[in-house]
Design a protein around this ligand. Structure first.
Ligand code: SF4
Length: 143
């Protein structure tokens, strides 16, 4: 079994790579070769550190968690369609002039589109609650 810190790092890396889709807790532990018990502990730890969020999800009649990264690394894809990149007014655009990002409808539309995308993804952190995975971990803690 991998060390807990190694497992935390690997789990966080994996969750971050899933982006907005997130990953089912059970799939993650299967992928990392960890037990459900250890996996639950690590995911709770990552959530407590504010690195991921867990959302309850019903899968094949059983409650589990889907894990989402709280922060995603910035990539070139996030700005590739920014209107400023190909804007003919780019060289003259300045916040102190009439051609300004402060009043640009193209930039505003683009930003609003990003906001809509983010809002279409699952909501912010929810209260942690006990799932089957967590119950298993807690039951083993009491032994
Ligand atoms: S803010 Fe508007 S005007 Fe300025 S560079 Fe971007 S798209 Fe062009």
């Amino acid at each position: 079994m991998p060390k807990r810190n190694d497992l935390e790092q690997k789990a966080l890396h994996y969750v971050v790579n899933t982006g907005y889709q997130g990953v089912l807790q059970s799939d993650l532990w299967r992928e990392l070769g960890a037990s459900s018990r250890e996996g639950s502990r690590v995911s709770i730890k990552l959530e407590e550190k504010g690195l991921i969020r867990r959302e309850k999800e019903l899968q094949e009649g059983r409650w589990t968690y889907r894990l989402y990264p709280k922060r995603l690394p910035t990539s070139i894809e996030t700005i590739v369609d920014c209107p400023c990149l190909l804007c003919p007014d780019n060289a003259r655009c300045d916040p102190t002039t009439a051609i300004s990002p402060k009043s640009c409808p193209r930039l505003t539309d683009w930003i609003l589109g990003l906001v809509k995308e983010v809002l279409a993804t699952p909501e912010g952190p929810s209260e942690p609650s006990i799932t089957e995975d967590d119950s298993v971990a807690e039951g083993l803690d009491q032994k």
